[in-house]
Design a binder for this molecule. Structure first.
Ligand SMILES: [Zn+2]
Length: 314
């Protein structure tokens, strides 16, 4: 619905905006989500000056985060996905808040040799051993934290295991990113989850369709998601519930960095002031650098202790 017709613009053959489609099949027996995250995968690659390997990894994690985020209905809710593997890229963390995503990688500039089939070595970048952690914060009370062991570092397999182990939800998931020489051609994903009451027949029917979407980035490269879904789930009572845009943006601010500075403690702040040098803080999601002069830090310390006094018990 959000997809525009084929047009060649800014280097992309299929100039569709990032968006997410929510659907059901067989009268709600399974839910289907599909998303296109090509633009944000490019923005992430540009933000982190990423190698093609890192861009491919982010181009798989971003659609996963977008689909998980869309399942959280609370307005102040968020989801955080962390792939902590022993791969060359280090830790990857993506955060989804509603339709807005951000992502960071420990070592975004590491390029690994291509795999034999010509694809980027995402498993080598993330690591085949380690943990996947999913934090769902509903904006009220304790967040839900689920973890599972990495299976392959290929992202989709790791998340499928997480859904099975941690959420007991049978899921079919495909994620993909097509990119080369700094350009992301296509990034996206599809997630199908059985709902309570889903029959074995429906599950079998869905599994039979895996070959249609297993190469998801190539499928959505030049075609509308809705058109694809209608073809793939033909005769399965496909209902499109919603279609909406996805955004890539960071929610950091000077105020949040100030709070982080204050949290380092009084002694640290005094040392910063005594050093006479500016303090530079970097947001690891958008790479924005913010500077605090010794005078700024002195003021922060003053404000923080004034606040502390107000709340101090008699
Ligand atoms: Zn930021």
């Amino acid at each position: 619905m959000n997809d525009m017709p084929l047009v060649a613009m800014d280097g992309l053959i299929y100039n569709a905006p990032d968006s997410l489609l929510r659907m059901t099949v067989m009268d709600g027996q399974a839910r289907v989500m599909m998303c296109r995250t090509t633009r944000m995968a490019q923005l992430a690659a540009d933000t982190h000056l990423a190698s093609d390997t890192a861009a491919a990894a982010m181009g798989r994690v971003l659609p996963a985060a977008a689909m998980l985020s869309s399942m959280i209905k609370e307005e102040k809710g968020s989801v955080t996905l962390t792939f902590a593997g022993e791969g060359a890229g280090g830790k990857i963390t993506a955060v989804g808040r509603g339709d807005t995503l951000k992502i960071t990688v420990d070592n975004p500039q590491i390029q690994l040799p291509l795999l034999e089939d010509g694809r980027q070595d995402v498993p080598g970048f993330i690591g085949t051993q380690g943990r996947l952690t999913v934090i769902k914060d509903f904006g009220t009370g304790e967040p839900y934290v689920g973890t599972s062991e990495l299976v392959s570092g290929g992202v989709a397999e790791d998340l499928t295991k997480y859904f099975a182990v941690s959420e007991q939800t049978p899921s079919l998931l495909a994620l993909g990113c097509l990119n080369q020489e700094g350009t992301v051609l296509s990034s996206g994903g599809i997630l199908i989850q059985a709902m309570p009451g889903c029959t074995d027949e429906t599950l079998d029917n869905l599994e039979m369709r895996i070959p249609f979407f297993s190469n998801i980035s190539r499928e959505i490269y030049d075609r509308s998601m809705e058109e694809l879904a209608r073809a793939w789930f033909k005769d399965m009572d496909l209902q499109i519930l919603s279609s909406g845009p996805l955004h890539f943006a960071c929610d950091c601010s000077r105020e949040k960095m100030q709070a982080a500075l204050i949290a380092t403690g009084e002694q640290e702040l005094r040392d910063m002031i005594d050093s006479g040098k500016d303090v530079e803080m970097v947001c690891w999601f958008c790479r924005t650098r913010r500077h605090f002069t010794p005078e700024d830090v002195r003021q922060l310390l003053k404000d923080a202790s004034a606040k502390g006094d107000e709340h101090a018990p008699d």
